[in-house]
Design a protein around this ligand. Sequence first.
Ligand code: PDD
Length: 279
Amino acid sequence: DKIYYNGNIIKREDAKVDIEDRGYQFADGVYEVVAFYQGEPFTLEEHMERLVFSAGEIDIETPSAETLIKEAKNYMQETGYADRNAKLYVQVSRGVASRSHAYPDGLEPVIIMKAGPLNPNPEEYFQEGVKIITLPDERWSRCYIKSIALLPNILAKKKAKQADAYEAVMSRDGFITEGSSSNIFIVEDDTIITPPATNYILNGITRQTVIDRLAPELGYEVIEESIPYYTLLKAEQVFLTGTTTEIMPVVQINDKVVGDGKVGAETKEIFKAFRELTG
Ligand code: PDD
């Protein structure tokens, strides 16, 4: 296994975290996860641009998106994943400094990349749909930043697993926001609706792919508007989007069956279009 570490490609055993790395001590950093299909990166530019944006939002200066794209492609070539389905994790921490809440100026960020197998979800999840649970959104109010501080997300995902569900979808003040690692869409009277990209959600690249590419291609309009919790519960179709989630139909919410319990027509078409794009 090889790791990208601040411009060098090194052995996994040689990649070490300093105990005073602020990413380790304060979750002071940002990240991205990018899928590679048969060695071809999917929306790598968008992910690297978002990484630079997230870093900028917390006052971390990174190399340009173009540089990161080049480094990521080069690193993937050096791993065993050059022509396979793979997942690339990229993390930027603010850097190493003696522990103190206020960060010193001019730290050198620690940038790491790690490739791994894509590990796609089982095909039956996509064909038959999955269950989700609902939880209150207990996160901070800057969820548009892809921060490595993920405690609420990991606790929510664990609750989902314990309930035999694929994902936990959160709501804040009576409106749904997103899943612990995915965005959410509903279909109502042939209209596709998703919560707007406010500060309360991560504006997913897969979400944007549905809105800007797949839905228009299929002749659907997507409306970005707040979805009350109770509207979600009576939606005819629900699906999730995300880099590892892809397009995931939802057929059960808590103990309630969605629609007739089968994957709906619009959801199926969007799933198929996504497959064509990434296949
Ligand atoms: N998570 N919302 C949250 C909170 C997420 O963590 C993610 C992705 C998404 C979907 O974003 P995208 O379509 O750009 O992957 C939405 C990644 C995959 C993760 O944490 O592993």
